[in-house]
Design a protein around this ligand. Structure first.
Ligand code: CLR
Length: 423
């Protein structure tokens, strides 16, 4: 009981801390963009890409009409769309059940990729993004910490969990497909209502664009994912099936949760673009069919996650969640760091459908980034990230980007007029 009380007051302290960052977000989220439909010129991907087989995306200069008005920083925040699953996980008293929901969260990160065959803008070195959801009780921060290779380090926190990691993607164009292979580990510290704290980790599966040659490009996600609870030794294995010739294998994901002795407890199945279910299968793995309602019982499958609807009238095939990201409410503007990606004129122009201006501005900000690099080189200096530092992970032993927990403190001082961002 003593331990529970301690955990609860720690949780309250954390909630209070996060609440301080709500300043500026009082007016709620954006529901629409100015544009109802994008009129990006329709260019054949294959026509442009066919001469670039074997290259990675960072080595390609592509027309801005291939872009969407997001940044790779925003693509990382998009993983936060279904954090309600983490809150559900924290409420479960059985650790294998918690793992079912944590794995559901890890798999939910793919629904937003549907229909998004477009290139997000490349963050500049030191570019940042903050995103706070008072309605959902979390804050998120990311900084572009290296440019070659491009890496963004992120840290999100809520009363019941902290979620952090790095987004570093290796890409290669094969002609038949364009592959995006995420390298970083994602870490989740979950504080269950029943007490204690658990560490979970996983790595993302491969995203790829297929159908470029035939002129019908679609995004697929495939590979094996291992969501591991380091505290209990339990693991969830998920298999994202590649879209093959059979339409039935499209979007399929299946897997199981095993206890620390390797014995199966739950089976998981469904489609990452739609719904994912779990079923209690102690000692065996079984297929998971959506529940029929006919024979309710302990072995009946139940829904763990469902994709939010994708309404029409949103350009660039963005999700309603993605629409909220590039917004600058008037009340927020004075608190934003000068490095915040919301302030990039090229992304703003893209969002407004001003593609030529977007191209000019993109060129300008990238040129001045090159000039800054040459200045550093001339002075023999190296870029040092402002908010993260490299460290060895205390539990897994991997090298990772450690958040120094300074950003929100400085922001609070800025909001109270005690300092400015330039200090
Ligand atoms: C996958 C999940 C990672 C972060 C990440 C980084 C790069 C993204 C990738 C995700 C999804 C696919 C992606 C890619 C960059 C470009 C590519 C958006 C979100 C699109 C589909 C490529 C379009 C083809 C162009 C040549 C036009 O954590």
């Amino acid at each position: 009981i003593e331990r529970d009380e301690k955990t609860h007051s720690e949780e309250d302290a954390k909630a209070l801390e996060i609440r301080k960052s709500y300043k500026g977000y009082e007016d709620g989220i954006r529901k629409r963009l100015k544009l109802d439909a994008d009129n990006r010129p329709k260019v054949s991907l294959w026509g442009i890409l066919k001469s670039m087989i074997g290259k990675d995306m960072t080595k390609m200069t592509l027309p801005v009409s291939f872009n969407e008005p997001t940044s790779l920083l925003y693509r990382v925040v998009e993983d936060m769309e279904y954090t309600d699953l983490l809150n559900v996980a924290a409420e479960r008293t059985d650790s294998t059940e918690r793992l079912v929901y944590v794995a559901g969260f890890a798999a939910s990160e793919y629904a937003s990729t549907i229909g998004r065959v477009a290139k997000p803008f490349n963050p500049l070195l030191g570019e940042t993004y903050e995103y706070v959801r008072p309605d959902l009780g979390y804050r998120f921060f990311i900084e572009q910490v290296t440019h070659h290779p491009p890496v963004g380090a992120a840290y999100a926190e809520s009363a019941k969990w902290d979620y952090y990691g790095e987004s570093a993607v290796k890409s290669k164009f094969y002609g038949k497909s364009f592959e995006f292979n995420p390298l970083g580990t994602w870490f989740l510290h979950l504080r269950p209502a029943s007490g204690g704290e658990e560490l979970y980790t996983w790595k993302k599966v491969t995203s790829s664009v297929v159908g470029i040659i035939t002129g019908n490009p679609v995004v697929d996600n495939y590979g094996l994912m291992e969501v591991k609870n380091w505290t209990t030794g339990e693991v969830c294995y998920l298999d994202f099936k590649a879209k093959g010739w059979k339409a039935s294998s499209a979007y399929q994901v299946s897997g199981r949760v095993v206890d620390k002795t390797g014995r199966t407890r739950w089976s998981i199945g469904g489609r990452w673009n739609d719904k994912i279910y779990a079923r209690y299968t102690p000692g065996y793995e079984a297929s998971v069919e959506p529940p029929t309602g006919e024979k309710p019982g302990k072995d009946q499958a139940f829904l763990i996650w469902e994709a939010h609807p994708r309404p029409t009238g949103i350009p660039f095939n963005l999700t309603p969640f993605a629409v909220t990201l590039n917004d600058i409410p008037d009340r927020l503007r004075p608190f934003l760091a000068p490095t915040d990606t919301r302030l990039r004129p090229d992304q703003r122009a893209m969002e407004l459908g001003e593609y030529d201006f977007a191209a000019v501005e993109k060129n300008r900000v990238e040129e001045s980034q090159r000039a800054r690099r040459r200045m550093r080189e001339a002075k023999g200096e190296e870029f040092v990230p402002k908010w993260f530092q490299k460290a060895k992970h205390p539990v897994t032993g991997e090298e990772y980007w450690d958040f120094r927990h300074e950003y929100w403190k400085v922001r609070e001082d800025v909001a109270e007029g005690k300092t400015s961002w330039e200090q």
